[in-house]
Design a protein around this ligand. Structure first.
Ligand code: SAM
Length: 264
């Protein structure tokens, strides 16, 4: 049976905007941005990408660093309402929409209202960061499992034992963790990860102002969120040893640009 809404409403596309570089958008994402009548976008999506939607009304529903500018329930309702007024509604999320993006709540609201939707994957930040470093997230002979984790929990959620799953993997990426670097280091050391394990802190992956700081688990505690202004990801694993060693001639964590890091 076709729901009443499905027959008269448009489609909501949950689209991944990638890590920030315009040319890392998928072709499908680009076509949808060009066709969109209205775009609801996150705070991290750069203006350069938004301007590709020249015909669309742009609505910022950004949530950054725990500041919930627009409550999720309100976003869900706005998507449903917009689908009843427009044929092509784009919900644009940083990276991939299905990773740490609360897409499931939006999908649930759309399904409950009988609104058609499609998900368009994007390049997640961890893949862009690994590409910038020129180091594979998995590695033959040693790194066969890779965890994607976040220590961040919402105010309405139970405490999370994210470190258990992360420590069980050979390597991984931590999203939304820069503000909790000391707690992350302590949690992973307590789970048995070695103090010398390299950590690559990648800020603004794929963007011109990208920055990479190499450190170790033992020294991660000295990193503070105020050292970074853009979105920042932690890549942790033995495969970063060579890159980190090349930049750690002194005890201080080294800051290098992406080109230097690739040559290391
Ligand atoms: C709410 S999560 C969204 C993740 C997104 N869905 C993805 O797949 O990349 C936002 C976090 O992703 C990471 N992030 C997003 N873009 C990034 C970038 N260009 N460079 C480094 N980290 C990034 C940061 O840890 C940031 O706090």
């Amino acid at each position: 049976m076709i729901d009443r809404h499905e027959s008269i409403c448009g489609t909501v596309y949950l689209v991944g905007a990638g890590p920030g570089a315009v040319d890392l958008l998928t072709v499908r994402a680009l076509k949808l941005l060009e066709a969109a009548e209205i775009v609801f976008h996150d705070a991290l999506v750069p203006r350069e990408i938004l301007t590709l939607s020249s015909r669309a009304e742009l609505v910022s529903v950004g949530k950054r660093c725990g500041r919930h500018t627009t409550a999720q329930r309100f976003i869900n309702k706005r998507l449903v309402d917009a689908a009843c007024r427009h044929r092509v509604v784009v919900r644009l999320k940083g990276g991939d929409p299905l990773l740490f993006g609360r897409a499931q709540e939006e999908i649930a609201a759309l399904e409950a209202a009988g609104i058609r939707y499609e998900v368009v994957p994007g390049v997640t930040a961890a893949f862009a960061a690994a590409a910038s470093i020129g180091t594979s997230l998995s590695q033959r002979g040693g790194v066969r499992s890779v965890a994607l984790a976040t220590p961040r929990v919402g105010s309405d959620e139970n405490a999370s034992d994210w470190a258990r799953g992360f420590a069980a993997a050979d390597a991984g990426a931590i999203y939304m963790g820069i503000g909790e670097a000391p707690a992350i280091a302590a949690a992973l050391l307590a789970k048995g990860k070695p103090p010398a394990l390299p950590v690559a802190v990648v800020e603004n992956a794929s963007l011109p102002h990208e920055r990479i700081v190499y450190t170790s688990l033992a020294r991660l505690a000295s990193i503070t969120a105020s050292d970074f202004s853009g979105p920042t990801l932690l890549l942790i694993g033995p495969q970063f040893t060579k890159r980190a060693a090349a930049q750690q001639s002194s005890d201080a964590a080294s800051v290098v640009d992406a080109k230097t890091a690739r040559r290391a």
